[in-house]
Ligand binder design. Structure first.
Ligand SMILES: [Fe+2]
Length: 120
């Protein structure tokens, strides 16, 4: 949740080390996930069709931000990226073992995603 009481809360008086930057990106990802949760809760909590459409669009933009930040994290920390790949491979093996469809990733998944506005 936002904490506006301290306007300097997020400020740091130095440049981040590589390790600190990686931690900051992890925190940014957590913030995006929290935003998705909150926007989705608001979509579910209203029957106003315009509010549902606008807030759902914003929620989906946050999902794209998670993808951007995850990509950045993988670039900044290739060892962590290897752990992500290991987990993905484990799930793919489980899906194959039960004969379930194995989802494609990356650009194919992006092509299937609904178009949302850009938030910059
Ligand atoms: Fe975002």
């Amino acid at each position: 949740m936002p904490s506006f009481a301290n306007p300097f809360q997020g400020n740091v008086n130095k440049k981040l080390s590589k390790e600190e930057l990686i931690q900051a990106v992890r925190l940014d990802i957590a913030g995006e996930l929290e935003a998705i949760f909150m926007y989705d809760a608001h979509v579910q909590a209203t029957d106003d069709p315009i509010a549902k459409k606008v807030i759902a669009d914003i929620r989906d933009e946050e999902k794209a931000h998670v993808g951007e930040l995850m990509t950045l994290l993988k670039i900044l920390d290739p060892a962590e990226a290897a752990h992500f790949a290991e987990g993905e491979a484990e799930v793919r093996e489980m899906l194959e073992a039960i004969g379930a469809a194995v989802p494609s990733g990356g650009e194919e998944a992006a092509a299937r995603a609904p178009q949302t506005g850009r938030s910059r």
